[in-house]
Design a protein around this ligand. Structure first.
Ligand code: NAD
Length: 478
C-alpha cells in the first residue's frame, strides 16, 4: 500500500516567552520562595531544561493560604455572583486570546502533541471558564439549596497529564461559587499554571483569589494538611489520594478525589469495525495514554477479535510518533523519565507473565523520553497489565463471548472511572451501560469531554464529580 510522506510542519515556539526562573504566585504577585530551593522543569521530548521553578516550603504555603483567606473574607466571598462572573468571562477570553501560546507552552512542558494541546486541551480550558462563569450568578437555581454559600479556601493539587485543563477543572467551579484557591501544579508541568497566574494579573483578578505554589509531593502535603484550608480537591494517583483522605479525615475539611482508572473499552461483534478501531486508538493513544480514563483494556468479542486486531495493528502502524510541536504528530513524548521507567517495568511484567507483545513499527528520537504504541494479546485478568494502571501508550487486549462475560470482566477492577461500549444496537448500549460500574460510559465514542458533563469515579477511582452542575456541589456549603 503506498503511504504518504509528510513534510515536517513544526509549530514555532517563538510565541512563548519562558523565563529562566519563576517564583510563586501569592496575593497577585510573583514572589521568591522561602522554602527548599528550586527544581528544573524539562522538555520531555528533548531533555532540555526549560526553567527553574520554586519549590515552595511551609512558610510559602502559609503565606498563600493567608492571602487566599483574606481575599475570601474581604473581596471574593462577599462579591455578587454577577460580578464574579465578569472576572471568569474575562479569564476565559484571555485564555482564548492567548490560546496558541498556551498550547505551545503545554506541549513543550508536557510532551503532548500540539494537535491535542491546540485542539483539545486549551479550547476545553476556555470552555470550562465560560461554562462556570455562566453559573456564578445562578447558583440558587442549581438545585443545591436556595441559599448556596461558598466553603472558603480551597487547596487544590493536580497531576501532569492535562496541566492547564486540570487547573481549569479545579479553579473555575471554585471561583464561580465564591471560594478562593491555592493550587499546586505537578512538579514536572508547572509552566502553564504560572502562565495562568499572569493571566489572573492581566484580568485584574483581585489579589489573593488565585494563588499558585509550585513544588513536589511535600508541597502538596503541606497544602492539603494546612489548617487554614477548608476544602481539598485532588487529582492524581490512588496511593496519594488514599494518603490525603487519611490526613484530612476528622478535620472537617471537605474532600473530593479524582484518582486512577483501568477502563474497559468493549467492542461487540455488531460494531462498525473501522469506527471502533478509531475509538480504540483514541481511547488509549490520545495523550500517550497518560489519561486517567484511557481505554486501557480492550474487551473484544471473540468472533471479531481477529478482524479487529488486524485492522487495529494496521492503524497503529500509521501513528506518527515524535516531535510534539510537529502538527503531524499523533503520539508525543512520555512526560518524564520516571513515568517511562514505570511503563517499561509494567510492560516487561506483561511478557514475563505470558502475554504477547506487539509494537507499532516506528522510529523513536534519540533524545527525550519515548515509548512506541504497544498492544498485548493473550492477556488474562490476573496479569498486572490487566489490573494496574500503566498510564502510557499500552493496550491490553482481552476477549469475551457473551454480554454477561463482557460486563463481568469490565467490572473486575478496583477502579471505576470510565468505560466504552461499541455496538450497533441502542438497546444494548443502554443495557450494558447500566451494568458498568464506571462514572462515565461512552457509547460508540471515547474520551469525549464537555464542561457541562460531570466526570468522576467509583471505588478506587475516587469520589465527587467535576464538571457540569454536579461540579458545583463540591464547592458549596450545604
Ligand atoms: P501523583 O499522585 O503522584 O501526583 C499528583 C499530584 O499530587 C502532583 O501534583 C504531586 O506533586 C502531588 N502529590 C504527591 N504526593 C503528595 C502528597 N503526599 N500530598 C499531596 N500532594 C501530593 O500522580 P501523577 O503521577 O502526577 O498523576 C497520574 C495519576 O493521576 C494517575 O493515577 C491518573 O489516573 C490520575 N489522574 C486522575 C484523573 C481523574 O480525573 N480521575 C485525571 C488525571 C490524572
Amino acid at each position: 500500500m503506498p503511504t504518504f510522506e509528510y513534510a515536517p510542519a513544526p509549530e514555532s515556539s517563538s510565541i512563548v516567552d519562558i523565563k529562566s526562573s519563576y517564583g510563586i504566585f501569592i496575593n497577585g504577585e510573583f514572589t521568591d520562595g522561602r522554602g527548599d530551593g528550586t527544581r528544573k522543569t524539562v522538555n520531555p521530548a528533548t531533555e532540555e531544561v526549560l526553567a527553574e521553578v520554586t519549590e515552595a516550603g511551609a512558610e510559602d504555603v502559609d503565606r498563600a493560604v493567608a492571602a487566599a483567606r483574606e481575599a475570601y473574607e474581604r473581596v471574593w466571598g462577599p462579591m455578587r455572583g454577577a460580578d464574579r462572573a465578569k472576572y471568569l468571562y474575562r479569564l476565559a477570553r484571555i485564555i482564548q486570546e492567548r490560546a496558541r501560546e498556551l498550547a505551545v507552552l503545554e506541549s513543550l512542558d508536557n510532551g503532548k502533541p500540539i494537535r491535542e494541546s491546540r485542539d483539545v486541551d486549551i479550547p476545553l480550558v476556555a470552555a470550562h471558564f465560560f461554562y462556570y462563569a455562566g453559573w456564578a450568578d445562578k447558583l440558587e437555581y442549581a438545585g443545591l439549596g436556595t441559599t448556596p454559600r461558598p466553603i472558603g479556601v480551597a487547596g487544590q493539587v493536580i497531576p501532569w497529564n492535562f496541566p492547564l485543563l486540570m487547573l481549569a477543572w479545579k479553579i473555575a467551579p471554585a471561583l464561580a461559587c465564591g471560594n478562593t484557591v491555592v493550587l499546586k501544579p505537578a512538579e514536572t508541568t508547572p509552566l502553564t499554571a504560572l502562565a495562568f497566574a499572569e493571566i489572573c494579573q492581566q484580568a485584574e483578578l483581585p489579589p489573593g483569589v488565585v494563588n499558585i505554589v509550585t513544588g513536589a509531593g511535600e508541597t502538596g502535603r503541606l497544602l492539603v494538611e494546612h489548617a487554614g484550608v477548608d476544602k481539598v480537591a485532588f487529582t492524581g494517583s490512588t496511593d496519594v489520594g488514599r494518603a490525603i483522605a487519611k490526613a484530612v479525615a476528622g478535620t472537617g475539611k471537605r474532600l473530593t478525589l479524582e484518582l486512577g482508572g483501568k477502563a474497559a473499552n468493549i467492542v461487540f461483534d455488531d460494531a462498525p469495525v473501522d469506527q471502533a478501531v478509531e475509538g480504540i486508538v483514541n481511547g488509549i493513544f490520545f495523550n500517550q495514554g497518560h489519561v486517567c480514563c484511557a481505554g486501557s483494556r480492550l474487551l473484544v468479542q471473540e468472533s471479531v477479535a481477529e478482524l479487529v486486531l488486524d485492522r487495529l495493528k494496521r492503524r497503529m502502524a500509521l501513528l506518527r510518533v515524535g516531535d510534539p510541536l510537529d502538527k503531524n504528530t499523533d503520539v508525543g513524548a512520555i512526560n518524564s523519565a520516571a513515568q517511562l521507567e514505570r511503563i517499561r517495568e509494567l510492560t516487561a511484567s506483561g511478557e514475563e507473565e505470558g502475554a504477547a507483545r506487539w509494537t507499532a513499527p516506528c522510529e523513536l528520537p534519540d533524545r527525550g523520553f519515548w515509548f512506541a504504541p504497544t498492544l498485548f494479546t493473550g492477556v488474562s485478568q490476573a496479569h498486572r497489565i490487566a489490573r494496574e494502571e500503566i498510564f502510557g501508550p499500552v493496550l491490553s487486549v482481552l476477549t469475551f463471548r457473551t454480554p454477561a462475560e463482557a460486563v463481568e470482566k469490565a467490572n473486575n477492577t478496583p477502579y471505576g472511572l470510565s468505560a466504552g461500549v461499541w455496538t450497533d444496537k441502542g438497546s444494548r448500549i443502554l443495557a450494558i451501560a447500566d451494568r458498568l460500574r464506571a462514572g462515565v460510559v461512552w457509547a460508540n465514542t471515547f474520551n469525549k469531554f464537555d464542561p457541562a458533563s460531570p466526570f468522576g469515579g467509583y471505588k478506587e477511582s475516587g469520589y465527587g464529580r467535576e464538571g457540569g452542575r454536579h461540579g458545583l456541589e463540591a464547592y458549596l456549603a450545604h
